[in-house]
Design a protein around this ligand. Sequence first.
Ligand SMILES: Nc1nc2c(ncn2[C@@H]2O[C@H](COP(=O)(O)OP(=O)(O)OP(=O)(O)O)[C@@H](O)[C@H]2O)c(=O)[nH]1
Length: 605
Amino acid sequence: AWVAEAARLGLLGPHLASRAPDRWYSSADRKEKIDMSCFPVENTRNFSIVAHVDHGKSTLADRLLELTGAIDKTKNNKQVLDKLQVERERGITVKAQTASLFCNYEGKRYLLNLIDTPGHVDFSYEVSRSLSACQGVLLVVDANEGIQAQTVANFFLAFEAQLSIIPVINKIDLKNADPERVEKQIEKVFDIPGDECIKISAKLGTNVESVLDAVIKRIPSICSLLIFNSPKAHCRNPLRALVFDSTFDQYRGVIANVALFDGVVSKGDKIVSAHTQKTYEVNEVGVLNPNEQPTHKLYAGQVGYLIAGMKDVTEAQIGDTLYLHKQPVEPLPGFKSAKPMVFAGVYPIDQSEYNNLKSAIEKLTLNDSSVTVHRDSSLALGAGWRLGFLGLLHMEVFNQRLEQEYNASVILTTPTVPYKAVLSSAKLIKEYREKEITIINPAQFPDKSKVTEYLEPVVLGTIITPDEYTGKIMMLCQARRAVQKNMMFIDQNRVMLKYLFPLNEIVVDFYDSLKSLSSGYASFDYEDAGYQTAELVKMDILLNGNIVEELVTVVHKDKAYSVGKAICERLKDSLPRQLFEIAIQAALGSKIIARETMVVILPEK
Ligand SMILES: Nc1nc2c(ncn2[C@@H]2O[C@H](COP(=O)(O)OP(=O)(O)OP(=O)(O)O)[C@@H](O)[C@H]2O)c(=O)[nH]1
């Protein structure tokens, strides 16, 4: 009966109506716009899938989309929600994606809004933003690998946001799967009763239906919660929509992903941005299924998209609240802006490409607003920019997207972390107009004589490893100036370690060293932990007595000799041979601390 009614409402194309199973009906092949008023707020569930990298989020999302008929069941459905080329090539999710699923359960129709999120630590900003539009999460854990560092980080993001957490143990089809062991880990680390875990194989589709049942039964609808202390969500309240993501389309302008906490929005409505106070007319509203599907309206509790002639993503700031013209509401609390963890100089390979690269960076940052941009220039590389990224993978992905989507090749300088200095020199304080400055370019690192103290960024790292590697990993952490904060056995042979790391010690090669020490078994995640005082020094690199500005680095005093020596050796191996001798030196002020000489090798007679 529900299928017949869905067909009558124009929810189904005729051929789908005849083959849709009793429980799930499809929204694909719809002839007319969906009537979203069929889904009252109490029958709407907004949830996210979170997990450690490769534990199967996107595969589970594929199965959920198939099961609810959003996509046809074919062998080619692999990571349907990973739309970017870089995501498909690397097999990772970089950008969170939304999909609305429609289904019937115990005689009622439900709207389930799913948000697939990235797993890698560099993109955890995407995760926390997505969670603000949700009331629950599926915490996916691999039945063979068990709880990993990012599982812990994601659990706490969801826990702090007070979301319902449904643990899902995936990959039970694997030969080495041990779901009972993972269940015990979940009990011990997260204090969730083992019988709340759902055991599935996302690859084979085993037991995936019970995941949907759990979403309906265990995740509350937005109307049963007091969100941000505001009254219960209701369609009759004035519109209050949270912009939790936005993308830029060359032809249609900004597409804002919105979660409606109150009210209704329709095409033609006049809306106001609480952030900019600008007024816009809504040109299109709709849901993502997983592609954009226009609807007549969106109602309280629903998640969808909205196009309103905004020309620039800065106009649809993530975290902004939209309301109806002349019906102002208290804005929802926004998000903290993304905090860049590494900075690198970006220059065109050829200065004649400067304008093309400028436009490519502008467009790409419209789609990835977590990148910060400052103009910069260098003697050798000309005019360019200093960009801030959330981590090294984020930097690599940005670079790859510049090449693939905008055909722009660039020179990237060595990444550095943002240091701080508390100035003592009155002249410098006047110049910078503040006492504490952040230094994102090592060449501008102020001299010790003008500074009271230097500060370096620190992060709280979580490492999960089989016990046999603990000793070696502790030595590695010590060598990276880390301070141990905690140690706990999560089962008989797995250990969770917590360390406070200086960020510059882990930014470049820590993860690779950890993986090779532990034969690939240890996992690592970190969260921002502020700044600590540090004895930092600026190290110049000289070629034949001349400082090369692009190679200047900031290092901890105790590491200066080893880092200086390593840089000189690397330069000796990589610089092109010349017909004259070259002295490569590392120096702290006027003191030379390392030297290599590139000698001329004359051809044999
Ligand atoms: N055997 C088996 N393999 C699975 C299962 N689910 C996922 N996989 C495989 O695990 C790998 C990672 O799956 P994804 O769905 O891309 O994982 P993800 O968590 O979305 O990864 P990121 O987006 O990078 O964080 C893929 O090769 C999948 O085919 C499962 O139930 N059984």
